[in-house]
Design a protein around this ligand. Structure first.
Ligand SMILES: Nc1nc2c(ncn2[C@@H]2O[C@H](COP(=O)(O)OP(=O)(O)OP(=O)(O)O)[C@@H](O)[C@H]2O)c(=O)[nH]1
Ligand SMILES: [Mg+2]
Length: 348
């Protein structure tokens, strides 16, 4: 148990719902500040899993325009929503300028929706692990729903799967090849498909082509092969294809309704809890690697291995691979080969 008085205080404030504490906690986690491990320990021990909705899609599709509408509609009746906008390309670091905003779509103060831009530098654990932690931090502050916006750039959009329960893929007409390029991977995993900018020419074509791509996806093929029914009589989820206009909010009610429906299906099939366990397991695996790697580095430093590697390389008998193997053996002796159990001698 890592204790830290500052972390204790922020955690208390977090639980009490102080937005400033949430901003502070996010900054700590994002920048891997000293109190972060102590804070996260309390967060993981005491905060529930929120419903995490991933919003992904190509740049310029309208994700950021859509998210405030969605957040505002999902919030209410005591339900608080946090929005984490992950922008790896953001020149603003640490959310110093964009952070700490609590506003609704109209730019008004709104206590039920918390917005924060995350400029990931992909620290030790990378984007997915940072967001996984932040999602739980937001939950500790009383947010039952967390929306995570990520730009659809290969790795990162699939990284969102490590935290999201429901994944929305946002497309828009006129984005051309980018849309084609990303279809293959994300099509298989998106739960709701959106064609935003439905006010623009080409929206119908975009809708039709998404529907077509969906029919051709492996997932659909799977269902047609008679695997549609799950034990208990439930059916697989068919991702709906919806049209929205983020500028006016048109179609967002429908998007909201379908997302709620998806959540219900997940709950009913026990998949919400299963995903939570899976997300925790992935986080655990990545943290294990992180800690092990750090410890290995410490061990290497203590033994002066960097210098020894260099010396080996500079030496005359320069087989870099053999030298590296030898040094690895010095830090991490190979596990003894498992010896098969000897049958016990029985005496007559
Ligand atoms: N005509 C029209 N324009 C839209 C709509 N939604 C968004 N836009 C415009 O499209 C542009 C991009 O919107 P963003 O919301 O920033 O898109 P994004 O997907 O968040 O983009 P990145 O964060 O760069 O990946 C902006 O100029 C928006 O005003 C829409 O429904 N109709
Ligand atoms: Mg955006």
């Amino acid at each position: 148990m890592v204790r830290n008085a500052e972390a204790d205080r922020v955690f208390q404030d977090l639980r009490a719902g102080h937005p400033r504490a949430l901003s502070r906690a996010i900054s700590w986690v994002e920048s891997e500040a000293a109190p972060a491990p102590a804070l996260l320990e309390q967060v993981y021990a005491q905060s529930p899993h929120p419903w995490v909705i991933g919003i992904t899609g190509v740049g310029g599709a309208g994700k950021s325009s859509l998210v405030p509408h969605l957040a505002r509609r999902l919030a209410g009746n005591g339900v608080r929503v946090a929005v984490l906008a992950v922008d790896p390309s953001s020149p603003i670091t640490g959310g110093a300028l964009l952070g700490d905003r609590i506003r609704d779509a109209a730019g008004e103060q709104h206590a039920r929706v918390f917005f924060r831009s995350i400029a990931t530098r992909g620290g030790q654990g990378g984007l997915a692990t940072c967001v996984a932690d932040l999602v739980r931090v937001a939950a500790a502050a009383g947010h039952e729903i967390v929306l995570v916006e990520t730009v659809g750039a290969g790795q990162s959009e699939l990284g969102i799967l490590q935290v999201a329960h429901s994944l929305v893929l946002v497309n828009a007409p006129g984005l051309g090849d980018d849309v084609q390029a990303q279809k293959a991977g994300v099509m298989e995993v998106a739960d709701v498909l959106v064609v935003n900018k439905a006010d623009r020419p080409g929206a119908d074509d975009a809708l039709a082509s998404l529907q077509q791509a969906l029919l051709l996806s492996e997932r659909e093929a799977h269902m047609r092969e008679g695997l549609n029914e799950l034990p208990g009589g439930d059916l697989h989820w068919h991702p709906p294809v919806l049209a929205t206009v983020a500028l006016t909010g048109q179609g967002v009610d429908e998007l909201c309704a379908r997302l709620r429906e998806h959540r219900e299906v997940l709950e009913r099939q026990g998949r919400f809890a299963a995903l939570n366990r899976l997300h925790d397991l992935r986080r655990m695996q990545s943290y294990f690697r992180e800690v092990a790697q750090r410890r290995l580095q410490e061990r290497m430093d203590a033994l002066g291995l960097a210098q020894r590697l260099q010396a080996e390389l500079d030496g005359e008998h320069g087989d870099p691979l053999a030298a590296a193997r030898q040094l690895v053996d010095a830090v991490l002796p190979p596990a003894p080969a498992a010896t098969p159990e000897q049958p016990k001698e029985t005496r007559p």
